[in-house]
Design a protein around this ligand. Structure first.
Ligand code: CTP
Length: 395
């Protein structure tokens, strides 16, 4: 589901390759994208809007009932909603239109009205493609920032062979992902992420908890998923929705988390411990609710298992160090003590960093002791940086 949450406007123009746009629309939809199709009048001579509507589950925009007008709301809405526009197949005529900024049909209007990236996948007779005027138009559009997916060499509709076939669907999707900045660099990797704050029971209604919200761990799980990894998220209680496309294992205590981590890391390439794990737990949890009769209450606490230190195996280990003083020095100690490959240190005294906020300011420290101080950024961005480092250590 690499394209989940992305809106792709698919422009189809009138060439014999238009039928291939159905396959593209289908694969994009399967990848999680919302596909908004815009068809030119000549495209509809090759493939019907009904086909695209059924494949994408979305209404198809055509010039049939609503002549495009500069005042039509629809094209502006589409132009804004798009994360990317892909014109596939693009005829020589459409390329010329777009190069000239002509907006006499819906597709031309949407492209003119957008500030989002536009990708063009031409398909036409090889002579038309080579023609100087077509090449000039291509060059003009490239100079304006359009991305072109070169047509491929092969058998053309005319029966001749030449350079003019629409690029393969996989190539088009790869280009869309690249333009959208989507990475697939963790494909085939298994990553275990822990999140949330453990709860150590005192009695049936009370526990010792901590302020971890789960945000950093959930952001890591989502980022790793979006980069193609198979992700197991082992989460102590958190108020966040479970991310889709991720194996979620819910636990409460440090001991339960340890058990789940031991099982999950067996096939893992990396373990990222973003959870706030209690260091101490009540020696025994009272079976019935503790009443307030007595003047004072003493609860004996014992150490919880230190998951990062105790879980063995051949995988990359990433820990977090939530510190309130001597941040880097304390984090370095933990890195060594817990045999980590990377530690993410943050100063929890800063209001915009640490617990239950959307942003974080961290320092990454690796085994060589090298420090990388990152500026304040969203937890998702921090997650991407951590994964970049994890990826770098995987080779
Ligand atoms: N951690 C763990 N098991 C524990 C406690 C912590 O695996 N029982 C992990 C955390 O998820 C984190 C890292 O170890 O990735 C550091 O946790 P932290 O609580 O900051 O460090 P401690 O070693 O517990 O040291 P202290 O509480 O004294 O700062």
């Amino acid at each position: 589901m690499m394209l989940k949450g992305k809106t792709v406007v698919l422009g189809i123009t009138g060439g014999i390759a238009a039928y291939k746009a159905a396959d593209l629309a289908s694969k994009l939809t399967q990848a999680g994208a919302r596909v908004e199709t815009v068809m030119t009048e000549s495209a509809m001579k090759f493939i019907t809007p009904l086909t695209l509507r059924n494949i994408t589950g979305r209404p198809v925009v055509t010039d049939m009932f609503e002549p495009a007008s500069e005042y039509s709301e629809e094209h502006v809405a589409l132009a804004e909603a798009a994360d990317v526009i892909i014109v596939a197949p693009a005829t020589a005529n459409t390329i010329a239109r777009l190069a000239g900024g002509i907006a006499d049909n819906m597709l031309g209007t949407v492209v003119l009205a957008t500030e989002k990236p536009v990708i063009i996948a031409p398909a036409m007779n090889d002579v038309m493609y080579r023609n100087t005027v077509t090449q000039e138009n291509v060059a003009r559009l490239k100079a304006r920032g359009f991305t072109f997916i070169e047509p491929e060499y092969g058998r053309l509709a005319s029966g001749k062979t030449g350079k003019g076939r629409l690029a393969e669907t996989s190539k088009i999707i790869e280009t869309i992902e690249k333009v959208l900045g989507i990475k697939t660099d963790l494909e085939g990797k298994r990553i275990v992420v822990t999140a949330g704050g453990t709860q150590e029971p005192i009695d049936p209604v009370r526990h010792i908890g901590n302020r971890s919200s789960g945000r950093m761990g959930y952001a890591l799980a989502e980022a790793a998923r979006d980069r193609g990894a198979a992700v197991t998220l082992i989460t102590a209680p958190a108020t966040l929705p479970a991310p889709g496309g991720v194996e979620v294992i819910k636990v409460k205590t440090a001991a339960e988390m340890k058990k789940a981590v031991v099982a999950a890391v067996k096939k893992a390439d990396a373990l990222i411990m973003a959870a706030g794990v209690a260091d101490f737990m009540p020696k025994t949890a009272a079976r019935s609710k503790i009443k307030k009769e007595s003047a004072a209450l003493n609860i004996e606490l014992v150490k919880t298992p230190d998951i990062l230190s105790e879980v063995k195996g051949d995988f990359i280990r990433v820990g977090f160090a939530a510190e309130s003083e001597n941040v880097v020095a304390n984090a370095k100690k933990k890195l060594l003590a817990k045999h980590l490959d990377l530690i993410v240190a943050n100063d929890i005294t800063a209001a915009d960093s640490g617990f239950d906020v959307a942003t974080n300011r961290v320092t990454l420290i690796d085994r060589t002791g090298k420090e990388e101080g990152l500026p304040l950024m969203s937890k998702r961005e921090v997650a991407e940086k951590i994964l970049d480092r994890v990826k770098g250590m995987m080779k």
